[in-house]
Design a protein. Sequence first.
Lengths: 225, 225
Amino acid sequence: MKLLVVEDELKTLQAIQQGLEESQFEVDVAYDGLIAKRLALKNNYAAIITDLILPGLNGYELCRQLRAEGLATPILMLTALSESSDKVIGFDAGADQYMTKPFQFAELLARVRSLTKRGTQVAMTAQTLRYGGVELNLDTKTVMRDGQPIDLTAREFALLEFLMRNQGRVLSKPTIAEHVWDINFDTGTNVVEVYINYLRKKLDRDFPKKLIHTQFGMGYTFKEE
Amino acid sequence: MKLLVVEDELKTLQAIQQGLEESQFEVDVAYDGLIAKRLALKNNYAAIITDLILPGLNGYELCRQLRAEGLATPILMLTALSESSDKVIGFDAGADQYMTKPFQFAELLARVRSLTKRGTQVAMTAQTLRYGGVELNLDTKTVMRDGQPIDLTAREFALLEFLMRNQGRVLSKPTIAEHVWDINFDTGTNVVEVYINYLRKKLDRDFPKKLIHTQFGMGYTFKEE
DNA sequence: AACATTTCTTAGAATTTGCTTAGACAGACC
DNA sequence: GGTCTGTCTAAGCAAATTCTAAGAAATGTT
């Protein structure tokens, strides 16, 4: 687990680095806000620990700019005692935790552990496929057509996903069977036909514009008009 | 919440006292270091705010002697002097925070609040996840639903945490197993199902609105309605 | 129009998936 | 050692989905 520590005071920096490394973290360091920003955007750190007062770019600005770049990495902000009114600013900038110096190292460690636990989150990308008024959300496994929810089973969903990913293309039944069912189309099965039928009932039946088209003797196409 | 304010300049003292009382603190006052010491040892104050320059016993001595008596009450030291050497002395004496006059009352209030929170040196920001009436506190490892405490085992807690962090998303059993159990889902285990069941009994059973939903053939989702 | 081929539709059988419970096992605490 | 607590396995049951199979309909060909 890799961390970035940003601090311009060498003694403090080394103390933190050493302590974290002893606790099995990999630690990158930066003395300067601008360098820190570059590192933070390049590497995928589990958390960033930064001082507020820094050369180049202060902790507040660093934090704000990283968030502006869409970085979700947890940030722990350190500040000296006489800066407590900056606390509010720190949170507004997007810091996740705030800690006043001086502090016990054990406390820092506890907080870093708590922050890095958030890594249990699955990839944040909200993947949705859109075409012809149909919206297929891969995270929530939901399907909407013209704003109306459509309830699909797991297999139906997989089939629709495959059709939408190959939107406009003619897909033969063996191809579909292979991708959606992981079967060789040897066995004279008609599952594909059956499931196309299920999908049509749910997705096309109540709408004037059909999206699933039969290409006689060739396969099926997902397209408008 | 009871505070002690030690200050010999009457005008300043009254301003601080009034401001704090308006902010719902109970305030005791002292004009003199010796009186302050007696009060501080007798009453259990949430924090002590003291000037550095005082008759009887100066703020530095007051601070040092209280610590020598084993008092752990947070101390906020006020001083007109802004030289850093004074800061060092202040901290050595055992003060928790240090503030130079003149100051904005809002800042004083913020510091007092931070000091009276939890522990002395650190204003802990409670790490809690909230969703649909459920409050999961990562620091205390406690869970509440609609203000009612819910008792969970470590594994149940980890599962709920993972569900809440990925709230709204459909999580497959292999994904859950990997993140909450650190296992490859090869082994035909059904732990996930069993623990979903445990969690439902404790979290959903006695509430009309269910939060854990089964997406047949796909996984589980944590969401409202 | 008659036929062959392909696709659609449906019912219900087969299978998969999920829920629930009981109990085995291990570690913590007396 | 015995008890308790928490974690996990296993098995039976229920429910939902998936698939098969067979007749109906549609399409294309002669």
